[in-house]
Design a binder for this molecule. Structure first.
Ligand code: S3P
Length: 171
């Protein structure tokens, strides 16, 4: 994995950030959370960006962040759940490293997000059914773009990071 990145993709609430942090420690890589970078650069929360400027503007910001992140090396990159909506994001990220899909069931995602109010796409909606329909729309893209697919339903982030590291090294 020398000079490559490890790119985590997957639905909101699947654990990309927490697992990514652990994975970065395991590889002694830097950890990058693209949503956090957007918030730092704009000095606004993701919700504010959606509310004030709209989703299309958010998508243009994240596209630029993915292009920038793809130029880095030895990073674990935790992406936003919508990264797969623009194939150019994936083309850039794939050039820079390995794409790992953290696959979770709607039930697991719902459990992780049931008290969360920071995801504009799930706000003021029936959360479980929105998760199901959005995941249904996106799942084939997560599967298609992944180099490795990893089930994250059962184990702790600590164990998952160790297992993902082994899967990468034994690939
Ligand atoms: C989004 C996922 C969020 C964030 C934004 C849009 C999506 O990131 O980028 O709310 O379209 O799935 P997480 O996957 O980290 O929740």
């Amino acid at each position: 994995m020398n000079n490559k990145n490890i790119v985590l993709i997957g639905f909101m609430g699947c654990g990309k950030s927490i697992i990514g942090n652990e994975l970065a420690k395991n590889f002694n890589f830097n950890f990058i959370d693209t949503d956090c970078i957007i918030e730092q650069q704009t000095n606004k929360s993701i919700e504010e960006i959606f509310n004030v400027f709209g989703e299309a503007y958010f998508r243009s910001l994240e596209k630029q962040i993915y292009a920038d992140a793809s130029k880095m090396k030895n990073c674990v990159i935790s992406t936003g759940g919508g990264v797969i909506k623009d194939v150019q994001n994936i083309i850039n990220l794939k050039k820079s490293g390995l794409i790992i899909y953290l696959k979770a069931t709607p039930k697991k995602i719902y459990n992780n997000l049931k008290f969360d109010d920071k995801r504009p796409l799930l706000r003021n909606k029936n959360k479980f059914s929105t998760i199901c329909s959005l995941l249904n729309e996106r799942e084939h893209l997560y599967n298609k773009y992944a180099d490795i697919i990893f089930d994250v339903n059962d184990d702790s982030p600590f164990i998952l990071a160790k297992n993902i590291k082994n899967a990468i090294l034994n690939r």
